[in-house]
Design a protein around this ligand. Structure first.
Ligand code: URA
Length: 434
């Protein structure tokens, strides 16, 4: 078999066989297939797509390209969650302890920020001392003992995705439905949980910009999950504006803790409740949606979910004092509040541009090896549809360098539109695919 023939086949719009997909994944992981040939193939897939059978074969081959976690030693129904990537997306930080506090083990391997989207692991690392890497045995032991662990993906889990994703990121081939589906689902299958909740982000700040493509992606991922015997659901959620008010690693930890204390932004809370209800429906322990929702709200409002978060922070070596005193998380040198020059209504807060502004402060990566500043970011005061008075605060910038702050402010100006038209608030949950 020759890689060039496979590239030509896909370039011409033909479907690849299981053998050809095996050849590609094995060859690329081993280093026999060079980046330039893999890049050409990824671009051909980007334009020509893949049918369901090819996507399933690619997912399976990637999932088993490294070690597959065996969680069978942990009693109970194990839950995992994945977001396709957003701006201000701190959902896992609330969702995981919430579900674990109800007695369902959450064994979660998360990613770092890449491109303009944030990553849970970077956010957690802004908690002083918090350890995000551990051996598989330690990870399983912690989930057994306290019902939750959130760690970075180990090197030997889905090495094919690590290599292919890094190449997609620099070849303009991230936003391809079969490539996203196989990337996400290979990791979920290798991570070994029984129940999988997918949060498919749609909008300006997401990889998928339109609802029809998001539905197609969700249906494919749900289909793949079911094919592997998983209980799975996908929630499509709006990512035209950032989720919640905080964007930036340590600031998002604060917002997540506020939500675990029963407060937090309305959109974040609504999304978490929806994801929670869908999880409980898959598990099947509650009579109906109302009962499931009541249970979730009770765990958020009574502090039970917060207690689970506290246990996790302690178990992973983090400083639990930050839960009661946020000051170590709000320690950027400069905090600059910006006020509205006019009164009116907020018509747009472009999540992608907000992300670029926060990246200009130093909170994100352009390349995998870039170091990021965990203490910088922004806190918004308004959402789309809100009324704003002249001289009311719109945003606070948390910065460590004046030059970066200037650049971030310039970009942010383009992100927000204030006008005379009263706009309806943006719905957060757009669809559910099961
Ligand atoms: N998240 C992933 O894990 N993979 C993708 O391809 C896109 C988002």
């Amino acid at each position: 078999m020759r890689m060039v023939d496979i590239i030509i086949k896909k370039r011409n719009g033909e479907a690849l066989s299981e053998e050809e997909i095996s050849f590609i994944v094995d060859g690329y992981v081993k280093g026999d297939i060079p980046d330039y040939q893999m890049s050409a193939l990824l671009m051909a897939i980007y334009f020509r797509g893949m049918n369901l059978e090819e996507t399933i074969n690619l997912t399976r081959k990637m999932a088993y390209s490294g070690k597959v976690l065996d969680l069978s030693g942990i009693p109970g129904i194990k839950v995992d969650k994945h977001s396709t990537g957003g701006v201000g997306d701190k959902t896992t930080l609330v969702f995981a302890p919430l579900i674990a506090s109800m007695g369902y083990p959450v064994a979660k391997m998360s990613g770092r920020s890449l491109g303009h989207t944030g990553g849970t692991i970077d956010k957690l690392e802004s908690i002083p001392g918090f350890k995000t890497s551990m051996k598989d045995e330690e990870f399983i032991k912690q989930v057994k003992e306290i019902g939750i662990a959130i760690v970075g993906q180990t090197e030997d889990l889905v090495p094919a995705d690590k290599k292919i994703y890094a190449l997609r990121d620099v070849t303009g081939t991230v936003d391809s439905i079969p490539l996203i589906a196989s990337s996400v689902m290979s990791k979920k299958i290798a991570s070994g949980s029984d129940v999988i909740i997918l949060d498919v982000k749609v909008g300006k700040g997401a990889f998928i910009k339109d609802i029809n493509s998001a539905r197609e992606l969700a249906k494919i991922m749900v289909g793949i999950g079911k094919g592997f015997g998983k209980r799975i659901v996908a929630v499509l959620s709006q990512m035209d504006q950032p989720l919640g008010f905080a964007v930036g690693n340590s600031l998002e930890i604060v917002e997540a803790i506020e939500t675990l204390k029963g407060g937090g932004p309305k959109d974040l809370k609504e999304l978490i409740v929806t994801l929670g209800v869908e999880t409980l429906k898959l598990i099947g322990d509650y009579k109906n949606e109302d009962e499931a929702k009541d249970k979730i709200l009770e765990h958020l409002n009574s502090g039970k979910a917060l207690l689970k978060f506290r246990e996790m922070v302690k178990a992973q070596g983090g400083d639990v004092k930050i839960i009661d005193d946020y000051s170590p998380l709000l320690n950027a040198k400069v905090q600059k509040e910006i006020y509205s020059l006019e009164g009116g209504y907020v018509e747009d807060i472009d999540a992608h541009k907000v992300a670029l502004s926060v990246m200009a402060l130093g909170a994100g990566r352009d390349k995998k090896e870039d170091k990021i500043d965990l203490s910088v970011g922004i806190r918004l005061y308004k959402k789309v549809g809100d009324k704003i008075e002249k001289n009311e605060p719109i945003v606070t910038f948390y910065a460590n360098e004046v030059e970066r702050l200037k650049k971030a402010q310039e970009i942010f100006k383009e992100a927000i539109k204030i006008g005379n038209k009263k706009k309806d608030p943006l719905p957060i949950v757009l669809d559910i695919i099961s």
